[in-house]
Design a protein around this ligand. Structure first.
Ligand code: ADP
Length: 159
């Protein structure tokens, strides 16, 4: 069984993330989405809300599971006995940071490999923060996120 972890904030999950997950599922037998619990980032959605949205979207995909972690990714990976990390690449601007992180993780855990997947070009400009900004000002996010996320965004911003 080949398993990979796809870590991130997913605040909230977007069509870009979903595209990366679908690609990862075509390569690996199992994908574990690792939702980062990082309160210092002041996320819009609570951890359990972020996890529930992903779980609901992939309810018919038994090969995907959703988990959470705090602290180091390498410790979470060891705990899960998984040594393949998936990260998405949008543009060259992502590369520098992702490269640093992959090398640091490899240094800390030599067995670890980071696999970079490119999304469909349609999503190459898409980020959770952009979606939140557009939604905050009442813009249409229906092409950026699934309907489920769109309605959660509306509820959240009306709270
Ligand atoms: P983080 O806070 O770790 O950057 P994100 O939830 O923003 O978490 O992103 C998780 C991963 O998904 C990262 O590798 C990021 O580059 C990737 N990603 C986010 N949006 C897209 C997208 N539109 N296309 C491809 N990859 C993406």
């Amino acid at each position: 069984m080949k398993t990979a972890i796809y870590p991130g904030s997913f605040d909230p999950i977007t069509n870009g993330h979903i595209d990366v997950i679908s690609r990862a599922l075509a390569i690996f037998d199992r994908v574990v989405v690792g939702v980062i619990h990082n309160p210092s980032k002041a996320p819009l959605f609570e951890l359990n809300e972020r996890m529930a949205m992903i779980q609901e979207l992939f309810v018919h995909e038994p090969r995907l599971s959703v988990n959470t972690f705090n602290g180091l990714l390498i410790d979470f990976a060891k705990e899960q006995n998984v040594f393949n990390i998936i990260r998405g690449l949008r543009a060259v601007s992502d590369f520098d940071y992702e490269f640093q992180m992959a090398i640091t993780n490899r240094h800390l855990s030599p067995q670890l490999d980071t696999i970079f997947l490119m999304t469909d070009v349609t999503y190459s400009y898409l980020s959770s923060s952009l979606v939140k900004q557009v939604a905050k000002y009442g813009g249409d996010v229906s092409t950026f996120v699934p309907l489920l996320v769109e309605s959660h965004l509306k509820d959240k911003l009306n709270e």
